[in-house]
Design a binder for this molecule. Structure first.
Ligand code: ADP
Ligand code: MG
Length: 695
């Protein structure tokens, strides 16, 4: 276990394993298929499948599964055994895995969200091997990363559109590179690295909190005496129990070929972060899904629970997922890296303004891909970026783009910059409040929530940047003088879209006003954001780049609205359950104790009973209020149930405006009550216990 280099990727059927185990011609054919993202022919697939099976069996695997990512945001798997009957040999069995089983599966799609796509008579779905992501072994099963679609061909997962968006950006970026005289690059790849925040709490306490068990966040809980105000947890020393967890997690991730390389404490007590080394957006997505799963699994081995919810605790920071994004050539040249020559810098600036233009024109789509019931508690809560989109470039770069405009005004046909400074990270990464910051050679998108799949955010970034590049290529291919047209295009694009650039504090109220003045979109809630998926121009964009059809976009809109409603409904029911079954009885018990004491004191005579009297009165009043608010929430949920026939959108609006409000009111009263109730009478572990449970 000490030599981590041997361990790294030992559970992955990666390029090295393929090379070692496949006949040369099969390896070459497979490598080409992977590079071009094509379908594998059956005879090659048979050989690959046999090699994969042998390798997996040697590693102790007994089953295989098509591992896919339906629109639940989680991953799904259906395990089949390698064991097959040997024909003509009675009860003898062999281990078999055919090429057909490798490249295609047919899981029943009826239990996965389809947003109305699947006609009820055709419940079948298909999974198809995504050759661009390596197979791996997990829990004794060979997992084959696959795309998942309906029998009728519509995509039912998050991977398919992501792969299509990678195709789109490849195609448009190559057009740009050709204009710059680059005839050697054959592929441009979007790359991502997702920093993952999470909380760890003790498993025993977790089990006693139905809200954490059912909804992943606390629905009640008064503030603890100590929160994060001292900032003493951030980058503080790691507790031994957490450290043991991190060590084991790293090892598990390394074995899966995931290079987890940083770990530190985050701002809130009990909060931590893990970041892997970036890789292609597709693999990074698969790896992040695996990382989240592994975090939960390993935490349980240490009698802890890993919370991936965006806002597990009110009053302290929530958890996000910073999606670092860049594009590079197949030679590993980062196109967002400032260069050394004027030519390279012109190219860099063109790609840079392509992202700026994309972020400005499709602010709403970026907001949409970070929208969820959970993330609504986080965005705009002075800890995470607001629901308003903006881009941070850093002073140096902003100054260069500004100068460039002046250069254009002086009719300087040369590209305005001959040398760009090497942007040190500390100057480009100073603004931690920005939702979309340029950090030296990549963009860091900080809006997504900690439980998200990064497929959605990367899809959107790829698609909107592909659109900018498409327009640039159209214009530049037509231009008489590329050298003249280029600086003009860079300057004009920057000028037109610079309203999206903001270097100030994104958490400040002034920014909300300033953003309004600039005409930037502010979509404070998930429902408001999701509406943007129905806008014709946005649908047209998905269609133009072959990423999703109108039917697919609208089905996703439905699925996400339904998910929003279901999430809040579960939370509301859990609150009722906890209030009725735990909080109120605790108040009654405590009042009973107090009343007994009071009457004993009165019987004895001569005691001061004011404390008991006041407490009883306060608790009785608040308990009455709790009961009232509980009833209110109950009747609002009845009302919601009666609205089942309404559209997903109007139901979601009802949940946002009515159910959430009633939940908040109920919580407020419960949190007022909590500190008044003696600890021994409290129904649930409180915030102080939960947040400081792993020490
Ligand atoms: P931070 O200060 O935000 O923690 P890091 O340098 O640690 O920044 O990087 C954060 C994440 O960004 C890591 O997952 C890293 O692999 C990823 N990253 C670094 N360079 C790139 C790049 N060119 N493209 C995409 N992701 C990148
Ligand atoms: Mg970061």
């Amino acid at each position: 276990m000490n030599d981590n280099t041997n361990l790294f990727g030992e559970l992955v059927f990666n390029d090295a394993v393929m090379k070692a185990r496949l006949p040369e011609d099969v390896y070459t054919a497979l490598a080409e298929t992977i590079l071009e993202g094509k379908q594998l022919s059956l005879d090659i697939a048979d050989t690959v499948a046999a090699a994969m099976k042998d390798w997996a069996v040697e590693k102790g695997a007994t089953h295989y599964t098509h591992w896919f990512q339906p629109m639940t945001g989680a991953t799904a798997e259906k395990h089949d055994s390698f064991i097959a009957p040997k024909s003509g040999h009675g009860s003898k069995a062999i281990l078999a895995f055919s090429g057909k089983s490798l490249i295609q599966g047919e899981p029943d799609a009826s239990s996965f969200p389809t947003g109305g796509i699947r006609a009820t008579f055709e419940a079948r779905g298909y999974t198809v091997w995504d050759t661009t992501s390596y197979a791996f072994i997990k829990d004794g099963s060979l997992c084959i990363p696959t795309a998942f679609c309906a029998y009728t061909g519509e995509s039912l997962d998050t991977k398919t559109p992501l792969l299509r968006s990678m195709e789109a950006i490849n195609k448009q970026a190559l057009r740009i590179l050709r204009l710059f005289g680059d005839s050697t690059t054959t592929r441009v790849v979007a790359e991502a690295g997702a920093e993952q925040e999470y909380f760890l709490i003790d498993e025993k306490l977790w089990k006693r909190r139905p809200d954490l068990v059912f909804s992943g966040r606390t629905l009640f809980g008064a503030s603890p005496p100590k929160g994060q105000e001292l900032d003493d947890h951030y980058f503080g020393s790691i507790k031994p129990r957490v450290s043991a967890f991190m060590k084991e997690l790293d090892t598990e991730l390394w074995r899966l070929g995931i290079y987890a390389h940083t770990k530190h404490n985050e701002v809130a007590p009990g909060q931590h972060e893990l970041a892997p080394i970036y890789t292609t957006a597709n693999i990074a997505t698969d790896q992040n899904q695996l990382t989240m799963e592994m975090m939960k699994t390993v935490a349980r081995r240490h009698n802890m629970v890993c919370l991936l919810h965006e806002k597990p605790f009110a009053g302290v920071n929530g958890s996000g997922k910073h999606n670092n994004w860049s594009i590079s050539t197949d030679r590993g040249e980062n196109l967002l890296k400032p260069g050394k020559t004027p030519h390279e810098n012109a190219r860099f600036l063109l790609f840079l303004v392509a992202v700026i233009k994309a972020a400005d024109e499709y602010q709403d789509l970026l907001r949409v891909c970070a929208a969820s019931a959970g993330n609504d508690h986080r965005l705009g809560a002075s800890e995470a970026p607001p629901a308003i989109m903006s881009v941070y470039l850093g002073e140096d770069l902003t100054a260069i783009l500004e100068d460039n405009i002046q250069a254009k005004e002086r009719e300087n046909v040369e590209i305005g910059v001959t040398a760009l400074p090497n942007f040190p990270k500390d100057t480009s990464d100073r603004n931690r409040t920005s939702p979309f910051a340029f950090t030296g050679n990549k963009f860091e998108f900080r809006m997504p929530g900690s439980s998200f799949s990064i497929a959605g955010p990367n899809l959107v970034i790829n698609m909107i940047v592909a659109e900018s590049l498409r327009q640039f290529a159209d214009a530049l291919e037509q231009a008489e003088h590329f050298e003249n047209a280029l600086p003009a295009l860079i300057a004009a694009t920057y000028e037109k879209h610079k309203r999206i650039i903001w270097s100030g504090d994104n958490y400040s109220p002034e920014w909300v006003q300033e953003a309004q003045r600039r005409g930037l979109s502010d979509l404070p809630s998930t429902v408001a954001a999701l509406e943007k998926l129905t806008v014709a121009e946005n649908i047209a964009l998905y269609e133009r780049h072959g990423i999703l059809t109108e039917t697919e976009v609208l089905s996703r809109y439905e699925i996400r609205l339904e998910g929003y409603v279901k999430t809040i409904n579960i939370e509301a029911l859990t609150m009722l359950d906890m209030a009725k079954g735990g909080l109120l009885p605790a108040c009654v018990d405590y009042q009973n104790d107090l009343a007994k004491l009071l009457s004993r004191k009165r019987n004895l005579g001569g005691f001061d009973t004011s404390a008991e009297e006041q407490l009883l009165d306060k608790i009785a009043k608040l308990s009455g209020k709790l009961l009232l608010r509980l009833g209110l929430l109950e009747s609002i949920l009845d009302d919601a149930a009666a609205r089942k026939a309404q559209t997903a959108h109007s139901l979601a609006v009802f949940y946002r405006d009515n159910v959430l409000a009633a939940m908040n009111a109920l919580r407020k009263t419960a949190d007022e009550l909590e500190p008044l109730v003696a600890k021994k009478h409290r129904a649930y572990p409180d915030y102080a216990e939960l947040l400081y449970s792993v020490i």
